[in-house]
Write a protein that binds this ligand. Structure first.
Ligand code: FES
Length: 153
């Protein structure tokens, strides 16, 4: 009796796609303080176009490639960017950013409500990792998290 066995061995390729093999994600960032200073709103649909036209400093606006396995905050720091942070463990909300496009998944979250995450698209950059090829975020947006935009940190 012939028994057909599944093909195994060196001729069979395994699916080795992992986050480690993935190309970096592209992150466009904008400083909330620059949004306020220029009289813009995080709700503006053309916010990043306005930021590009304003030729802000790299500290306030730019695009960097980031590791998909690293938090947004650590990736920013790896690119010599200084974003607000305190606890660095998802509990204080100082590192809050507004996710304008793309996906960023938080490993944990003890600072933001479901409404702030799901409706207002807030993320804690100290625990959020990219989950899409491109992302746009407004960082230093902690006042947004408190429903008090424009008050500063
Ligand atoms: S630094 Fe405290 S929640 Fe991110």
């Amino acid at each position: 009796m012939d028994i057909e066995l599944p093909a195994v061995g060196p001729g069979v390729e395994e699916n080795t796609d992992t986050a480690e093999d993935s190309p970096p994600a592209e992150l466009e960032y904008l400083n909330y303080r620059a949004v306020v200073k220029n009289g813009w709103s995080v709700e503006d649909h053309d916010l990043f176009e306005k930021a590009a036209a304003a030729e802000l400093s790299e500290r306030d606006h730019g695009t960097v490639e980031i590791d998909r396995n690293e938090t947004l905050l650590r990736s920013a720091e790896a690119n010599d960017l200084k974003w607000g942070s305190q606890c660095r463990s998802g509990t204080c909300n100082v590192c809050t950013a507004v996710l304008k496009s793309g996906e960023a998944k938080m490993d944990m979250n003890l600072a933001l409500s479901d409404e702030e995450v799901e409706v207002r698209d807030l993320r804690l950059t100290c625990v959020a990792k990219p989950n899409s090829d491109t992302l746009q975020i407004v960082f230093n947006a902690a006042p947004e998290a408190n429903g008090n935009p424009g008050s500063g940190l």
